[in-house]
Each structure stands twice: as structure tokens, then as C-alpha cells.
Write a protein of this length. Sequence first.
Length: 261
Amino acid sequence: MAKDNWGELARIGMFIVGREVVPEAEWWAMAPAGVSIHAARVTAGSPWAPWTTDRTGVTLCEDLVRGCRDFVAIGVDVAVLGHSSSSLVGGPGWDEATITALGAALGPKVRPTTNGADVRAALAHLGVTRPFLVMPAWMSDSVLTAAGRYLDGYGTPASAIWRYRPPAPWDALPPDGLYPAGMATAQETEGLMAQVLEQCPAHADGILLAGTGFRCVGIIAELEARLGRPVVTANQASLWNALRLAGVTAKREGYGALLAG
């Protein structure tokens, strides 16, 4: 019989931004045979689980609560909150609090995680302590600042932070005007690769491309070959950690040392 992506090894649920196509496309490209991917779309602002007033916990937004119910119903093994901005804006401690809240909503059969937790686990696995942080063009100055604080808070300070500069006509728009104009579905990677190669500091021991809506997994292998350092991307890191949590040991070539190891 022909393969039907049934997910006989694992089913992974992913919470993604409602108007993005990149997360599903990149996950399906990288996922090993026997693993199926199932998306729940979220339209809330960052973070998707706001801190409580006393910051002792978080409150899941309505879309997360609904998605948790759906993921339990379809029997996913892992549920990933695939939103870099939520982790970065939420700050140190947010991932842990959100994983606890997701776990309560999902029950004992589903392993929850967040993109921030996944990225930190990936950096640690590869021994990266001074990443060159590359952010999407649509990330605001405040999110870039939050990203720097986030990495500092976990002892992996960025060697430098770079916001990708898109080509014309996008370069005429401010960061907050890019998504409304359609950049979510109109991204190129050649210019991104050129900028990473040009801007990466010599003292960086790895490269981190943050943002699950940031199209970039197709250039991981070439960046690693040309820079001689490991590359971590948001979607690559979350898939890698989700596979670990699901007990799937299959490796994938072509998407960097993280998935090939």
C-alpha cells in the first residue's frame, strides 16, 4: 500500500500563528517518515499565555484551550507552542510556566513544550553559548530587545543581533507593515543566507534564526558548511525536541547537525 502519513511513530500537534504558512511547510519538509504533523491556529497577541498578576503562572488564551481539546481528541503525542515571540516577550520563566499550564489542559498522555524551551535545548545540545541571533524583518525593536534579555537570562547571550533586511519592495515598509502587506507568504532565502554569511561575528559559536514564521530551514546545511558552526532555527529546534519527547530516534539529513546527529 502507498504511504498515507498516518503517524504510526508519532503524531505531533503544533500551535501556530493563524496567518502563517512557514511552520507547516518546514515541519513537513523535515519530519521523518512515520511522523505526522497537525496544526492548531492561534490569533492572540504575544504572549499567547499572559502572566497572571502575581506572575506565579500564566493563563492560556482561548485558542490554546480549544487547541488542547482538539489535540487530546486526535491523540497527539506531543503539543508544541510554536511561537518564538511568546517565549521571548514572556521572558525567562514563561516557557516553564506555560508548559505547566499546557500540561494541565492536555492531560498526562500528551507532552507539551514551547519554542523557547526547544531552542534552548537545541543550543545546549550543540554546545552553543554565544549565538548570532538573526530575527525576521517583521520583528519590532521591542521584540529584538526582549530576545536579547531572554538569551541573557538563560546564560546564552547573543554575540550580536541582526534583523533581516528584505529586498524591494519590502524594504520600504516598517516592520509592523510587512505582515499586513503579505510578507508572511512572500519570503526568499537567498538574501537571508547572504546576510547571515556577511554579518556573522567571528566570535559567535553558532547561529540562531528565531521566528517560526521565518522561512530558513532550506539554508541550514549550506550555512553550516560555509561558516563551520552549528545552525539552529525555530522550526528545526521544535521538531527536534518534539521527536525526542515522542521517543522517535529517526535522523534527518540536509537540515543541519541538530537533526542529523
